[in-house]
Design a protein around this ligand. Structure first.
Ligand code: SIN
Ligand code: FE2
Length: 221
C-alpha cells in the first residue's frame, strides 16, 4: 500500500517540494525537517540515555564499533560476538529498552508521510553517537522483518558525510552532507541500499558540542 502510494507520487514529486532532495527512487533528504522538534527530542533523549547509556558494541568479528549506541522502543538493535539481532532487552541492564518517546514517534511518522510512506509505525530506534573520528562502514539495514516499512534517520549536532550507495556493495555511492535537523527517509525500491557515514570531523556544535547524534527509526518486528 505504501509502496503503491509512493510509486504513484514518485521521488520526483517529493523532490519538487522546497527543502526536499531526492537521493534515488524511494529515498529523500528532508532538510531541516526535525528543527521544530529538536528541544523536545533532546529532552526525551536525556531520559533514554539515563536508563540505557551509550556503549560501544562489538561486531561479530570482534571489533569495537567507533560509534557509541543505545536504543529505545519495544526492540533494540544489538551486536555482539554471536551476531546482529533485535532484542526487547538491553543486555547491559537486563531490562527492557526505554519506551519510544512520543516526540520521536510523531516526527518519524510525519517524515515518512512527507516522503510518501503513510502509516509508518516504528517499534525500534537505534541512537548513534558519533564523536570526532567515529565512522560507520557501508552496510544494509536488513535485520528488520518488514521490508515494506522505510527507514527514517534523524541527524542532530555536527555535520557528517552520509554515503548512499546502491543495492550491491560495490555500486558507486554518493556523499550526502547531513546537518543538524536533516531527516533522511529511504524505503520501497531504496530500502536495501548500502549506506554508511564517513569519519566525523572535529568541530563544535552550538547545541550539542563535539558530537553528532543520529536517530534511526525502524519497524523491526
Ligand atoms: C545507520 O545507518 O544506522 C546510521 C546512519 C547515520 O548515522 O546517518
Ligand atoms: Fe544503517
Amino acid at each position: 500500500m505504501t509502496r503503491d502510494l509512493f510509486d504513484g507520487l514518485g521521488a520526483a514529486a517529493s523532490a519538487a517540494q522546497p527543502g526536499v532532495d531526492a537521493l534515488a527512487a524511494g529515498a529523500v533528504v528532508l532538510r531541516g525537517f526535525a528543527i521544530p522538534s529538536v528541544a523536545r527530542l533532546l529532552a526525551d533523549l536525556e531520559h533514554v540515555t539515563a536508563a540505557a547509556p551509550f556503549r560501544h558494541m562489538v561486531t561479530p568479528g570482534g571489533f569495537r564499533m567507533s560509534v557509541a549506541m543505545t536504543n529505545c522502543g519495544a526492540l533494540g538493535w544489538v551486536s555482539d560476538g554471536t551476531g546482529y539481532r533485535y532484542d526487547a532487552v538491553d543486555p547491559q541492564s537486563g531490562a527492557n529498552w526505554p519506551a519510544l518517546p512520543a516526540s520521536l514517534m510523531q516526527l518519524a511518522q510525519d517524515a515518512a508521510a512527507r516522503a510518501g510512506f503513510d502509516g509508518f509505525l516504528p517499534d525500534a530506534c537505534l541512537v548513534n553517537r558519533y564523536q570526532p573520528g567515529a565512522r560507520l562502514s557501508l552496510h544494509q539495514d536488513r535485520n528488520e522483518r518488514d521490508m515494506t516499512a522505510p527507514i527514517v534517520s534523524v541527524s542532530l549536532g555536527l555535520p557528517a558525510l552520509f554515503l548512499f550507495g546502491g543495492l550491491r556493495r560495490a555500486d558507486t555511492r554518493s556523499r550526502v552532507p547531513l546537518g543538524h535537523g536533516d531527516v533522511v527517509v529511504w524505503g520501497g525500491p531504496a530500502r536495501l541500499r548500502y549506506h554508511g557515514v564517513l569519519a566525523l570531523k572535529d568541530c563544535e556544535h552550538p547545541l550539542l558540542g563535539r558530537q553528532r547524534i543520529n536517530l534511526t527509526l525502524r519497524k523491526a518486528g
